[in-house]
Structure formats: structure tokens, C-alpha cells
Design a protein around this ligand. Structure first.
Ligand SMILES: Nc1nc2c(c(=O)[nH]1)N[C@H]1C(S)=C(S)[C@@H](COP(=O)(O)O)O[C@H]1N2
Ligand SMILES: [Mo]
Length: 317
């Protein structure tokens, strides 16, 4: 989703600090202050900072059939979009700086009672299952991913929204010291996404806390992210810290940046091109295959009903 515009803040490639150098500097700072030199070794998955490891794997729900081979973990783990860490796809090392405990999620806005819950307390009350979902990025590539998590509908019930709430708004953490990408002032940090209440309570909308039978990898948005498989990938917000119930349609991150190219609904449709490229086909990551894209990414039987009578809305951008 690179935006081809020259901005004042852009500096020559040669002057950009590579992630590895940044992390080394962090390690040195951490070591001098607290003696925590091992805490940010780039690229290492560290089970010892994830107390939820014992919850995985969870039983697979066979109602959701992907019909495609699962993308190998080692490929998925190095092909991510997480602009808080990098605009490059291989940001796995940089994302190890994400600190996933303690982690809380705040519920605000039109709810019976605002509240905050720690991720491990939330995991105790939610029933985990595995779902293999197709993931289609607006950049015309796709993957097939074995997520673990629970229906967003269960989280909505837990939050107890008031009947006047029309949309759910979700926000990623904001911490430029932990996420160097957030030092780029051109982007409207923090990352925000939203769904209508009908979408949020549709059975497909999934809160993800694990992947490949383990806790969620940091580069994939640990410790909790959304996945809405019938929508372009940018709707699937990572590393969520705040959930609000609101009356007004939230402006998401990409809309704030470029509303002529990215909208609120962002449902997958091969017949509606992005202003700068076709959405007719998609590159299957980890293969040489380029395949036709399906309406609603093939999930129309679950979600098409949501949009009856909304034909005047920009449903596919
Ligand atoms: N906070 C945050 N969430 C995000 C993004 C991001 O940059 N920051 N990228 C989005 C995009 S464009 C995609 S395609 C998916 C990528 O998820 P993955 O890396 O697990 O494939 O995350 C989405 N969620
Ligand atoms: Mo994306």
C-alpha cells in the first residue's frame, strides 16, 4: 500500500536507520540501565514472555473450510504488514520489540459500564477454537492461515454495549519507543479500524490470539488482533488495546491517510479495482500461483445478507 507521493519527511534510503541497528541500540540502552540484554534478541520467538502458551492448540472448527493449502508458517512469519514496525514485509525481527505483557484492553463509549481487562483474564473466559481462514490483502496477495481465537460476537457480549451503539471502533497501542514506525508523523497513529454492529456480531468476525497452534506471533499482531476474512486485510487490526462502541462510523487509519483509495467497508470484490491496480486476481504467497479473486473472498454465504439494501454505500473500497 505504498503511497507514491514525495513527503517532506522522506529522507534518502542511505540515511534510514536499519531495524537491526535500532534494536542493537535498544539492547545497549536496556543493558546499561537494567541488564536486560537478552530481552530483545532480534527474531527469536520467546515463549517465556507468553503465559498463555498452555492454551494452544485448540480444537479446529470444521465449519470454516478454506479449500486451499495452509501457507507454511516460516513464509507467513516473514511476510507481514505491520507499519508500526516497518513498511517492509520481513519485519519479524523488528516486531520482537513488541512487549505483550502486561496487556490490557479497555472497553469504552456506549457500554453499560466502561471496563478494562487483562489479556490473560480475558482468555480465561473465552472459549478458544481454531479456524482456517483465507486472508486477502488489498495489495492483491493472499494467504491461508490457521488462526486460534474466539468470535468477536462473544467479545461484544462481554462488553455489554448499549442498544444505541451502531459501530465498534478498535485501536492499536500507541508507543513510538516500542514501535519505531510510529515516529513517522505522516501516518495517522494509532492504527484504528471499525465494523458495523451487524458485521461485528457476524459469526465470521474472529478475535485472534493464536496461530499455527501457538500463541500469536508478534509480527502478526500479538497478543490480540481481528480477522475479518471477507474484507481486505487492512480491516484486520493488530495488537488491540481499546474497543469503543460508537454511533458515528469511525474513520480508519487508511481512510484518514487516503480516503480516495481506502474506505470503511472494504469488502473483497474482484470487479471493483483499486484506483491504482486491478483486484481481479491475487498472488498466493508461498506459491507461483496467481488465482481469480472471489466476491467477499468466497465468504458470501455468511455475510452477503448484511449488505442488502446498502447498494448505494461504497461497499468494495
Ligand atoms: N496495527 C496494524 N494492524 C494492521 C496493519 C498494520 O500495519 N498495523 N496492517 C494490516 C494489513 S494491510 C494486513 S494485510 C494485515 C496483515 O496481517 P498479517 O501480517 O498477519 O498477514 O494486518 C492488518 N492490520
Ligand atoms: Mo493489507
Amino acid at each position: 500500500m505504498l503511497i507514491k507521493k514525495t513527503r517532506g519527511w522522506e529522507i534518502p534510503e542511505s540515511r534510514v536507520t536499519p531495524e537491526a541497528v535500532f534494536l542493537n541500540r535498544r539492547e545497549i540502552l536496556a543493558a546499561s540501565g537494567l541488564g536486560l540484554i537478552a530481552a530483545s534478541l532480534p527474531g527469536m520467538a520467546r515463549a517465556d514472555d507468553d503465559p498463555s502458551a498452555g492454551l494452544y492448540p485448540a480444537k479446529r472448527n470444521d465449519r470454516f473450510v478454506a479449500g486451499r493449502p495452509i501457507t507454511p508458517e516460516d513464509i507467513n512469519a516473514h511476510y507481514n504488514n505491520f507499519y508500526e514496525y516497518s513498511t517492509d514485509k520481513d519485519l519479524a525481527d523488528a516486531a520482537q520489540a513488541l512487549k505483550i505483557r502486561p496487556w490490557t484492553i479497555a472497553f469504552e463509549g456506549m457500554v453499560e459500564q466502561p471496563k478494562t481487562v487483562g489479556i490473560d483474564d480475558l482468555l480465561k473466559v473465552m472459549k478458544l477454537e481454531e479456524r482456517v481462514y483465507r486472508h486477502r490483502c488489498v495489495e492483491a496477495w493472499s494467504m491461508t492461515v490457521p488462526w486460534t481465537g474466539f468470535p468477536l460476537a462473544d467479545l461484544v457480549a462481554y462488553a455489554k454495549p448499549l442498544s444505541g451503539a451502531k459501530y465498534i471502533r478498535m485501536e492499536t497501542f500507541m508507543d513510538p519507543d516500542m514501535a519505531p514506525g510510529q515516529n513517522q508523523p505522516f501516518y495517522p497513529w494509532p492504527y484504528v479500524e471499525g465494523l458495523s454492529m451487524a458485521e461485528a456480531t457476524n459469526e465470521l468476525a474472529f478475535m485472534v490470539t493464536g496461530v499455527y497452534g501457538k500463541p500469536l506471533l508478534k509480527q502478526m499482531g500479538a497478543p490480540i488482533r481481528l480477522h475479518t476474512p471477507w474484507k481486505y486485510g487492512f480491516k484486520s487490526i493488530k495488537s488491540i488495546v481499546k474497543i469503543s462502541f460508537v454511533e458515528e462510523q469511525p474513520l480508519n487509519f487508511w481512510q484518514q491517510l487516503q480516503s480516495s483509495e481506502y474506505g470503511f467497508w472494504a469488502n473483497v470484490n474482484p470487479e471493483v479495482p483499486h484506483p491504482r491496480w486491478s483486484q481481479a486476481t491475487e498472488q498466493v504467497i508461498g506459491t507461483n500461483d496467481r488465482i481469480p479473486t472471489q466476491l467477499f473472498n468466497g465468504y458470501g454465504e455468511f455475510v452477503a445478507g448484511i449488505y442488502k439494501g446498502m447498494e448505494k454505500e461504497p461497499l468494495y473500497m
